[in-house]
Structure formats: structure tokens, C-alpha cells
Design a protein around this ligand. Structure first.
Ligand SMILES: [Zn+2]
Length: 255
């Protein structure tokens, strides 16, 4: 089976957060720095993007510190966003799905229950959910529904040899993480199953919990699937940028 490399690409930040944002109901008095990322999985013949960053328009609306258009970040590693054919959306929070329109030829892979929640469930219009979603990217995805550019997944499903989406609920209704075959075994891009590595190492989730019981089961599942604990990667840890070899500005090779 094919081996892939995984790259973390920072597209905005740093941002300061209270510790309690990163370690649920703890560390109220601490202040931490985080970044916003998306990921690139690169193999001999395929390049897969995980999450999308956000559009320049959204970055302006939200006054995002340190924003660089994800298209420009990808160009630093000689990847043209227009050529990308596969984009996995881990969940439909704005900082992960807000840039879907930047990938005009891609097929998007999203868990069906995640997609249906944000598009159809009236609860998703209530303030705490509305605050973390993005209507422009949701409308874009609705415009390609029922075409071959949007594939709604049910539970765990491989999308290419050596790349499997894993249903990983807790942070959202049906977040998915991505198991990737690498030269060190199975690595997992966990996205916001954890904001920082400490969530995994201390078995303690971060915030925006929709189901704490499911979240803890997700930790069991990911721990069983990953080949080594250090191959399980969180969504927002500044260490993704600081502790790995930098191959271009704000891009590191995780494995
Ligand atoms: Zn996030």
C-alpha cells in the first residue's frame, strides 16, 4: 500500500486563548497561543488536502491575525489549489470548511451526518452553533450537492488506498479524522478531536463539546488505530509548527 507524507500548513495566527478553551473546564487562569492550520497528504501519485482554511473575504470579516490565503501557502510547496482533486472536510466549523470555494475542481468528502446537521437541523441556526459555522461555504457545498464533487460518507470509509476517513464525534456531531499510511505506520490527522497534544496525552478534551461521552470513545478509537501515540496530531497546537522540520514558510512535515 502506498506511503504518504503529511504536512501541516499554518494559514492564520497566532491567536491567544484561555487555557480552558484548550483543556475543557481547566486552566482558566492560563493564556496559550494557537494557530489555524490545514493539512496536505502527499504520495507518489496523489495529493489530498484535509480542511480548507478560509477565503480572503472571511479573513477580512473576522480580522484574522497573520492570515495568508491557503492558495498561496500551498504554492510554497508547489501545489496548485486549482489542480487538487480530493479535499477531506473534517467538520463544518468555519475555520476548517470556510475555504471550500478555493478548490474549484475538488471532490469534497464529508460525513453525511455532519453535513445534514449543518445544512438542515434547526439547532444549527441557534447562536452557539451559528457562531462557529459559515453560511457562505455551506451554500457553496449545497450548490454541488448531488454532483460527483460532494461525497457524503457514512462511518469509516477509505477514499484512496492508504487514506481512510474515521468517524470521530464529540467536538461536532460527526467530525471525521483521517488515518494515513506513512513510512512509520498509521498516522492520524485528528483535526479538532484535540486542539493541542495535551488533550490526547492527558485524556482530556478541549471545548465546544456536543457529546462528551462520544468524545471519550473517539479517543479510544483513535488510540487503537494509530501506530504510535506521537503520530496522532491535534488541530490547533502551535507545536505543529514549532516541533517539526519546516520545509517552507509556515509549512512543516509531520511525518
Ligand atoms: Zn478548529
Amino acid at each position: 500500500m502506498s506511503d504518504y507524507e503529511i504536512y501541516a500548513l499554518k494559514y492564520a495566527g497566532p491567536f491567544t486563548r484561555t487555557g480552558a478553551h484548550l483543556m475543557w473546564y481547566r486552566d482558566w487562569d492560563k493564556i496559550e497561543k494557537i494557530n489555524y492550520y490545514f493539512w496536505c497528504i502527499r504520495g507518489a501519485s496523489e495529493t489530498v488536502i484535509v480542511d480548507t482554511g478560509v477565503t480572503p473575504q472571511m479573513a477580512r470579516d473576522k480580522e484574522l491575525n497573520g492570515y495568508v490565503n491557503p492558495i498561496e501557502v500551498l504554492a510554497r510547496m508547489n501545489v496548485n489549489a486549482k489542480d487538487i482533486r480530493h479535499v477531506i472536510v473534517t467538520h463544518m466549523h468555519w475555520d476548517h470548511s470556510g475555504g471550500v470555494s478555493l478548490f474549484p475542481r475538488a471532490t469534497f468528502y464529508i460525513q453525511e451526518n455532519e453535513y445534514r446537521f449543518w445544512q438542515d437541523n434547526p439547532v444549527a441556526r441557534r447562536p452557539p452553533f451559528k457562531k462557529v459555522s459559515d453560511s457562505a461555504s455551506n451554500t457553496y457545498l449545497a450548490s454541488i450537492e448531488n454532483t460527483d464533487r460532494l461525497i457524503l460518507l457514512k462511518d469509516d470509509q477509505p477514499i484512496l488506498p492508504g487514506i481512510e476517513c474515521l468517524l470521530s464525534p464529540g467536538h461536532t456531531v460527526a467530525l471525521q479524522s483521517v488515518a494515513v499510511n506513512t513510512n512509520r505506520g498509521t498516522a492520524i490527522i485528528g483535526s479538532d478531536c484535540a486542539h493541542v497534544f495535551r488533550n490526547y496525552t492527558e485524556d482530556w478534551p478541549s471545548s465546544l463539546i456536543v457529546d462528551l461521552v462520544e468524545w471519550m470513545k473517539t479517543y479510544d478509537k483513535l488510540g487503537e488505530r494509530v501506530s504510535s501515540p506521537d503520530l496522532l496530531f491535534p488541530g490547533h497546537d502551535r507545536l505543529l509548527l514549532e516541533n517539526y522540520p519546516e520545509i517552507a514558510e509556515d509549512i512543516t512535515r509531520l511525518v
